[in-house]
Ligand binder design. Structure first.
Ligand code: BG6
Length: 525
């Protein structure tokens, strides 16, 4: 007779340690050189160098690896290292020995300008010297963390100087957002990039795809049999995606004035979240097939009608208010923002997907700066039970079930359902089945940039945006931008735009279209 063990699990408890039950894929990158253009900028200091440092500290970089920082700032190896040390201390946990080992692989060259021949020749010389020293076998990644206006010059320079030639190993280019500012400019940039690099060499970053909880959406949906049967228009009433931030525009006035919330958050991050929630299961978990399924969702997006913006779109901009008990300035009072700026810092929209699975199911998308707190959540709101058999006893309403993906900062998956309240009275209570993502896991958690940088070194493009994906998301957003920015079709009405107080959930008027549909925004705290 086999011996049976009785297992009792509390709600949310992980039954098997994370390394049991399933094999994990080992992912160790091979040799490569990493060249960062724009290395003295914000992105390199906040994200790239801390991410690379942590990968190194956790033994996830090849021993044959080095970094060259390049930008227009006056600096040398020593001062670059100490600037990056400060950055790592500020934006990461710090370990002296790990930093010592990492910083020996860090070098710097000043550029007279991006794309400048003589400057790039200096980078080339340094690259070939260090390639020999570190044994990187001619593999190299060029990361464009420059202002977007320097992308083309840099790319052209990479080709003209021979830096990107694949004489021995491979060469890849990573391009940050904004990838264009509308469909036309994005297509022009893409055509330019593809005249210099093959599509398989181009890595278009959307760091949201690198977030653990975002990747988990696919695992959750397709590694469990019980959710897919209800993941469709028969059972789902609607979906909400909220990416809320408590911070304001910070020191990025120049960029944000050009971008606004639609380019900054919707064209990329939010549409990618939508794609992961709505996609069909690919036949194999493989980069190309997964990417294709995400693209199909973007292709099914119904374009917002010019005469139908009412109820589909609401925009907002924050005015002074208080966040975390501190008084904060309004958008127009932020450093570098013109006092008459109409750039939106909030948007809410209702979109539909024209396909079999999702026909008629609204997806409510919302994002804004200066919310009371930072939270990103996706709620799958299921339909009411088909028949209210408790009507006589419990009243006419039973709140429907909901599945909530908490993307950040609290990383959870929750299922809301009803149980009987204990005791003699007949009453229901709402309860949450609650899974904390880190629970029962003691291994390394990768921050989004760590994950995408690692994947780039591995040549895995699953978490990057393809040419087609980029084009489709711009095709959807550009007509909306045209309306909002006053380039709309003659006679088309611009969407409503409202001011909202910092420290609130956006303009109250933006709730109107969801309330008109008999629904409310959810924030499962
Ligand atoms: C960036 C946007 O892409 O994402 C920022 O440009 C935004 O405006 C940021 O603050 C949010 O990223 P995260 O990872 O902090 O949610």
């Amino acid at each position: 007779m086999p011996e049976y063990h009785v297992t009792t699990a509390k709600i949310g408890e992980v039954l098997l340690p994370s390394n049991q039950g399933r094999a994990c894929e080992e992912r160790m990158p091979g040799p490569c050189a990493f060249v960062i253009f724009g290395a003295s900028g914000d992105l390199a200091r906040r994200k790239l160098i801390p991410a690379l440092y942590r990968l190194g500290r956790n033994g996830m970089l090849s021993g044959n690896f080095f970094i060259i920082g390049a930008s227009r700032s006056e600096s040398d190896d020593a001062s670059f290292r100490s600037m990056m040390e400060e950055a790592v201390k500020k934006y990461s946990t710090f370990d002296n020995a790990a930093w010592e080992a990492f910083s020996r692989r860090l070098f710097y060259r000043k550029l007279d300008d991006y794309g400048d021949n003589a400057s790039l020749a200096r980078i080339r010389d340094l690259l070939s010297e260090k390639e020999k020293e570190f044994g990187t076998e001619g593999n190299k990644i060029f990361y464009l963390a420059t202002p977007p206006s320097a992308y083309e010059r840099t790319i052209e320079g990479l080709t003209a100087s021979g830096l990107s030639e694949e004489t021995r190993g491979w060469s890849r280019v990573v391009i940050e957002k904004p990838y264009g500012r509308d469909l036309e400019s994005a297509l022009a940039l893409n055509a330019f990039v593809l005249r210099n690099f093959r599509e398989d060499q181009v890595y278009r970053i959307d760091h949201y795809l690198g977030k653990e909880t975002v990747q988990n959406i696919m695992m959750f949906r397709f590694a469990n049999a019980i959710f897919e049967p209800v993941w469709n228009r028969r059972y789902v009433d609607h979906v909400q995606i909220t990416v809320a931030e408590s911070n304001g525009v910070e020191k990025r006035a120049g960029y944000y004035e050009q971008a606004g919330i639609l380019r900054d958050m919707f064209q990329n991050h939010i549409l990618q979240l939508l794609a992961l929630i709505a996609m069909e299961p690919p036949s194999v978990y493989e980069s190309r097939l997964v990417g294709d399924e995400r693209v199909k969702v973007l292709r099914a997006l119904r374009h917002i009608q010019f005469d139908g913006v009412d109820g589909s779109l609401a925009m907002g901009q924050y005015v002074s208010g208080s966040v975390d008990g501190k008084v904060v300035p309004g958008y127009r009072e932020e450093e570098g923002i013109p006092s008459g700026s109409n750039v939106p810092t909030f948007a809410a929209m209702k979109v539909f997907l024209d396909n079999w699975r999702w026909q008629g199911v609204p997806f409510y998308l919302r994002s804004g700066k200066r919310f009371p707190s930072r939270f990103s959540q996706i709620t799958i709101q299921f339909k009411q039970v088909p028949h209210l058999m408790f009507r006589q006893t419990l009243g006419p309403e039973i709140a429907p079930n909901a599945l909530i993906f908490k993307i950040q900062p609290d990383e959870r998956v929750q299922l809301k359902f009803h149980t009987k309240n204990p005791g003699p009275r007949v009453c229901l209570r709402d309860v949450m089945l609650d899974f904390s993502y880190a629970q029962g896991y003691e291994g390394v958690m990768l921050e989004a940039y760590e994950r995408v940088l690692l994947d780039c070194m591995l040549g895995d493009k699953m978490l990057f945006v393809s040419s087609e994906g980029m084009e489709l998301s711009w095709s959807f957003i550009t007509p909306i931008l045209d309306l909002v920015e006053g380039r709309g079709v003659p006679g088309a009405r611009a969407p409503d735009s409202y001011l909202y107080r910092a420290g609130t959930n956006g303009p109250v008027e933006a709730d109107r279209f969801i309330m008109n549909d008999g629904r409310v925004w959810r924030n499962y705290g």
